[in-house]
Design a protein around this ligand. Structure first.
Ligand code: APR
Length: 256
């Protein structure tokens, strides 16, 4: 029997699939110059305290610090562009009937690369909401419509006066309503779950590969380092996604 390489194996699974879920984390944007979270030296959480910057308690304790940190990250993200990994994921839509991207990233790079069905599990750094969600969850606030003294920190919610905060999911918070359920339903229905660039340390990342396997899907993982999820992958492709994903897409077409 001819030996099938792992890239070819992944390409075969994807070519045979009708429904694919691509599940991504910070690693897919690493080659665009966006720092990951848990890298020991360069990760955001190695250099900043997530309890101060990414929790409701941290925001209440120092709203201006958190507001300014997110404003700085948003400004940084405006300077980056999608990489070959995002492009390869978008290209999957050309040959697979249903491709949904579920991302933990808040950088909007999948949409900018051309992916049309993107679920942003952890929200969107360009949007804002009322800290109290006074008009229901989420109570979005368009900050361009507000006038306030930026030296004082965040603006106040025009409905109730509570702080306005970034519309991202912080530690200890639920995902936006219905999001987890949709993520699980799509994973249960998928033929292939392609996991890219996530350490798999937080939910739902930690449980989706098992759910996929239980429902008969093939699990492919792309990561330069083995993750908490690797032992649940049918195919683990070790390498940066900007290099590995274009190879998979090329292999899908090479065997046509
Ligand atoms: N290509 C693919 N993966 C990469 C690359 C690359 N070029 N470079 C690094 N990685 C991998 C790392 O090996 C690691 O497994 O990306 C992963 C990044 O892991 P984290 O920093 O933990 O990021 P993520 O899994 O997205 O974090 C999940 O935790 O802090 C919260 O809300 C935050 O959305 C974030 C969530």
């Amino acid at each position: 029997m001819i030996e099938i390489t792992r890239i070819q194996q992944a390409a075969e699974y994807l070519r045979a699939a009708q429904r694919v879920v691509v599940f991504t984390g910070a690693g897919v944007s690493r080659e665009s110059g966006v720092p990951t979270f848990r890298d020991a030296l360069t990760g955001l959480w190695a250099n900043y305290d997530p309890h101060k910057l990414a929790t409701v308690a941290g925001f209440r304790a120092n709203p201006k610090l958190v507001w300014d940190w997110y404003a700085e990250r948003q400004a940084q993200l405006r300077t980056v562009t999608p990489n070959a990994g995002h492009d390869a994921i978008a290209a999957l839509e050309k040959s697979i009937p249903s491709v949904t991207v579920m991302t933990q990233n808040i950088d909007g790079l999948h949409e900018r690369a051309g992916s049309t069905d993107v679920i942003a599990l952890h929200g969107d750094i360009t949007r804002y909401k009322c800290l109290a969600d006074c008009q229901g969850n989420p109570t979005e606030v368009v900050i361009e419509d507000l006038v306030w003294d930026r030296e004082q920190g965040p603006p106040a919610c025009p409905h109730c006066g509570a702080w306005v905060r970034p519309a991202v999911v912080w530690f200890g918070e639920m995902l936006p309503p219905g999001t987890f359920e949709r993520a699980v339903a799509l994973t249960e229905a998928a033929d292939v779950l392609l996991v890219v660039g996530t350490s798999g340390e937080v939910q739902p990342a930690a449980s989706l590969p098992s759910i996929a396997r239980q429902h008969g899907a093939k699990v492919i993982e792309v990561n330069p380092h083995p993750s908490a999820l690797s032992r649940r992958a049918h195919v683990f492709l070790q390498g940066p996604s900007g290099e590995v994903l274009p190879q998979i897409v090329a292999a899908m077409h090479a065997t046509e």
